[in-house]
Each structure stands twice: as structure tokens, then as C-alpha cells.
Design a protein around this ligand. Structure first.
Ligand SMILES: [Zn+2]
Length: 54
């Protein structure tokens, strides 16, 4: 289980995604694209989330 918090990316936002890494990458990526207009690559998100949760 891993967790990604939108505020860790510098957004004033309470969104948190938690679960399996692949699901979090997908859900969080969709959130940032939709809500913040920023599309991160799955590779970038995976690295960031792994670093945060290690
Ligand atoms: Zn957000």
C-alpha cells in the first residue's frame, strides 16, 4: 500500500490517493490532469510515490 497526497506536490488541495502503486499512479494522474491541468507521466509519478513511501 502506498499513498499520494496532492499537497505534497505543492497544490492547495486535500486529495489523497491510497492503495496499490499502479492504482495510485492512475488515480492520482487522472486527478492532477483533471483538477490541476497538469499531466504527469506514469514514470514520474511512480518514482515520486515510491520515494515518498520508502
Ligand atoms: Zn489536487
Amino acid at each position: 500500500m502506498v499513498k499520494a497526497e496532492c499537497k505534497d506536490y505543492g497544490y492547495d488541495c486535500d486529495f489523497i490517493s491510497e492503495g496499490e502503486i499502479d492504482d495510485v499512479v492512475k488515480e492520482f494522474g487522472e486527478h492532477t490532469a483533471k483538477e490541476h491541468g497538469i499531466e504527469y507521466s506514469a514514470e514520474t509519478l511512480t518514482k515520486f510515490i515510491v520515494n515518498k513511501n520508502s
